[in-house]
Ligand binder design. Structure first.
Ligand code: GDP
Ligand code: IMO
Ligand code: MG
Length: 424
């Protein structure tokens, strides 16, 4: 399969880093198509742990060309720090390619992200404060500054002046902050240009040619379906399109060029930040999921909210992404529970819902309708084939598969690269 998307089917942190790493072994290109350094993707190989925020998770494989495509927002300071971090671990990043059309996250985007959240008080979204929302806002307002602008100092300074005129009014008059001076920002950003120049190219053309030539291309989603700007739990979402449609717009390829869409879901579910979450467990079971699953944010260190797997939401993810397969992660975490529940429907405001509700008011008031399964109470971290899994675990997997209508081809049973079962 030449072109495969691997993307989050929940609210992020499903294990996209480890899944992309798995697919990268046979890949020629691994591409991030949206988001920025709000992502935190973890890969564990032996006792080496890597947390990546901008560079695609295929970077550890020497044959892979990692690509930052046009739909991303790039904080160049963070990108260069990540390149240096990888160099420190002996990982070569000279093959990295960056779209000249990707937008830059500027210092005022970070500042605005922080003050706007503070301003929202109790209604805040709980963003990662990396400047993602304000950078995408400028992109859509056609006031963004792009990677290619770094290579034309005159244009860069002009665009920065225009942007700051607007931003400084907002910062001083609305948010009561000090104005930002353009000089130091221009000096800082233009100094990055030299290091970035050899990496910047037309990634849409690069990837079109790769697909035409039958190369293996993996598109690595960040965030997840329920955080999608159009299809997620708006306004408690991110400002980009993690869903399959985002691959096409973010990379600049057509629908015929995407051959497979693999959804990634945890065997339970988690969410960082605020917003509705029907199966959230605010009890001892939820606390145990956090402890056993190590559910703390890779980017912000925040405690993730946890709950039982939600098959209403997962069926929704199958639909809006056109998923062809599912990769189920962290099944080992459920080994520690006597009984395991999954949501198969909701009731809200006196009505039963089998489809993901489109209205926030309904979603906020949802009580899940659960099916309960017996736990297996045994360590499965050594399982490497379906036969190694206890019957209760197989029943659980098969129930999910039957309910969502797409095959679960892979199940991971631990964070390390080799801890997974490929189902046949
Ligand atoms: P991503 O943002 O989707 O890439 O996910 P994160 O890396 O933020 O969070 C997933 C966490 O779960 C990481 O700490 C992974 O090392 C870990 N992880 C991934 N797969 C498994 C698994 O099968 N079992 C366990 N116990 N941990 C896993
Ligand atoms: P990965 O790729 C989980 C959440 C934030 C917040 C909302 C908006 O590691 O799965 P933003 O900073 O994007 O404007 O924040 O989205 N969020 C994530 N949650 N995993 C992520 O990335 C996330 N990226 C953003 O917590 O609720
Ligand atoms: Mg993450």
């Amino acid at each position: 399969m030449p072109a495969t998307a691997v993307l989050g089917a929940q609210w992020g942190d499903e294990g996209k880093g480890r899944v992309t790493d798995y697919f990268s072994e046979k890949a020629d290109y691994v591409v991030r198509y949206q988001g920025g350094n709000n992502a935190g993707h973890t890969i564990i190989v032996g006792d080496q742990k890597l947390a990546l925020s901008l560079i695609p998770s295929g970077v550890m494989y020497p044959q892979v060309i990692p690509v930052i495509a046009s739909g991303m927002v790039v904080d160049p300071r963070v990108l260069l720090a990540e390149i240096d971090m990888l160099a420190g671990k002996g990982i070569d990043t000279s093959r990295l390619r960056i779209s000249s059309n990707a937008h830059l996250i500027m210092p005022y985007h970070r500042k605005l992200d922080a003050v706007m959240e503070r301003f929202l008080g109790r209604s805040q979204i709980g963003t990662t404060k990396k400047g993602i929302g304000p950078a995408y806002t400028d992109k859509f307002a056609r006031q963004g500054i792009r990677v290619q602008d770094l290579f034309d100092p005159k244009i860069f300074r002009e665009k920065l002046e225009v942007a700051l005129e607007d931003k400084n009014k907002l910062l001083t008059r609305v948010y009561n902050q000090l104005p930002i001076d353009s000089g130091p920002i221009a000096d800082e950003y233009l100094a990055y240009a030299e290091r970035l120049l050899p990496l910047v190219t037309d990634t849409s053309l690069l990837l079109w040619e790769a697909i035409r030539d039958g190369k293996e291309v993996i598109f690595e989603g960040a965030q997840g379906t329920l955080l999608d700007i159009d299809h997620g739990t708006y306004p408690f979402v991110t400002s980009s399109s993690p869903t399959a449609g985002g691959v096409l717009t973010g990379v600049g390829i057509g629908p015929k060029d995407l051959h497979r869409v693999v959804g990634i879901a945890k065997a339970y579910i988690s969410r960082v930040g605020t917003g509705p979450f029907p199966t959230e467990l605010s009890d001892e079971i939820g606390d145990r999921m956090v402890d056993i699953g190590g559910e703390y944010g890779t980017v912000t260190g925040r405690r993730r909210r946890c709950g039982w797997l939600d098959l209403v939401a997962l069926r929704y993810a199958v639909r809006v992404n056109g998923l062809t397969d599912l990769f189920l992660t962290k099944l080992d975490v459920l080994s520690h529970f006597e009984a395991i529940k999954v949501a198969v429907g909701y009731t809200s405001l006196g009505e039963r819902y089998d489809e993901f509700p489109r209205q926030q008011r309904v979603l906020y008031n949802c009580t899940p309708v659960y099916e309960e399964f017996p736990g297996w109470n045994t360590d499965i971290t050594g399982a490497r084939s379906s036969d190694d899994l206890p019957p209760e675990a197989r029943t659980y997997i098969e129930f999910i598969e039957d309910t969502i209508g797409v095959p679960i081809r892979w199940v991971s049973v631990g964070p390390e690269r080799t801890q997974l079962v490929e189902r046949t």
